[in-house]
Design a protein around this ligand. Structure first.
Ligand SMILES: NC(=O)c1ccc[n+]([C@@H]2O[C@H](COP(=O)([O-])OP(=O)(O)OC[C@H]3O[C@@H](n4cnc5c(N)ncnc54)[C@H](OP(=O)(O)O)[C@@H]3O)[C@@H](O)[C@H]2O)c1
Length: 254
């Protein structure tokens, strides 16, 4: 029998990248999956890639009205469900001296407010034994230049993970976070980069990651699925999937 047959999952930000890979992994093991995204072209593409067993729903995670409507859609399509992935995220690389209010609000609205109010709306629909996973970042610790707002938003996400983990103990729902390093997704977590900027960011990742390579989407998605479904005695934890970057390791010199 498939490992996740009979299980139901919601992946916020599941139309491409790590979220889509989480959805594919769950679908391959028999789960019923509902994914969300906002960009209409990506929604249509995801319907084709994920196939008939996936529900693909357009829902802006930074909009409280849309989150409430999503709750109704989840009730209709899934009823009660088991796993919630708070994966939608965005980043802008810029020194703090040029950050605008619009850029600050956009990152916090998606990475923090969306995760908060989605959990508030959807957690009551979750079954005992279920798991919530917040996709954070290696940048939720440390002081990487150019990532002030993004880092602060992901640190806030870790904080929410721990408090939600406490408050959901009576409901027997575990809440954990995965903190990826540089991961090969179409956006590399920073939507809107030019090809040249993306190459620069990617090269930086190769240079500073102790394992000297990026993560595959499968490596990060596998860790997220493990936390949601299989880590039955783990809650309030942050799992780094970052090639040793956050641990401060260095590659041995010859
Ligand atoms: N890739 C990396 O190197 C890396 C590193 C550290 C952390 N992360 C984190 O990992 C997560 C996934 O990253 P990724 O690289 O896989 O990103 P991605 O490919 O850009 O995918 C992000 C997903 O979130 C959705 N999304 C964005 N804004 C949304 C909104 N307002 N409402 C609903 N959905 C929205 C996107 O859908 P649309 O098509 O609508 O945009 C997409 O499905 C993010 O939280 C990111 O911060 C990534």
């Amino acid at each position: 029998m498939s490992k996740y047959a009979g299980k139901k999952a919601v992946v916020i930000g599941g139309t491409h990248g790590i979220g889509q890979t989480i959805a594919k992994g769950l679908l391959a093991e028999g789960a019923e999956v509902l994914v969300t995204g906002y960009n209409e072209k990506n929604i249509e593409a995801a319907k084709t890639v994920l196939g008939a067993n996936a529900h693909v729903v357009r829902s802006d995670t930074s909009d409280l009205g849309a989150i409430d409507l999503l709750g109704k859609t989840v009730e209709e399509k899934l009823g009660q469900f088991d796993y919630l992935f708070l994966n939608a995220g965005t980043a802008v690389l810029e020194p703090f001296s040029i950050v605008t209010e619009e850029s600050f609000d956009r990152q916090f609205n998606i990475n923090v407010k969306g995760a908060f109010f989605t959990t508030k709306r959807l957690a009551p629909l979750m079954r005992e034994g279920g798991g919530i996973v917040y996709t954070s970042s290696v940048a939720d610790e440390g002081g990487t230049p150019g990532m002030s707002v993004f880092s602060a938003s992901k640190a806030a996400g870790i904080s929410l993970t721990k408090v939600f983990a406490s408050e959901l103990l009576p409901q027997k729902i575990r809440v954990n976070a995965v903190s990826p390093g540089f991961t090969d997704t179409p956006s590399m977590g920073v939507p809107g980069l030019s090809d040249e900027e993306k190459k620069g960011f990617s090269d930086l990742g190769d240079a500073i990651t102790p394992m000297r390579r990026h993560a595959t989407m499968e490596e990060v998605a596998g860790a997220a699925i493990y936390l949601a479904a299989d880590a039955t005695y783990t809650t309030g934890a942050r799992l780094p999937v970052d090639g040793g970057l956050g641990a401060g390791l260095s590659y041995p010199e010859a």
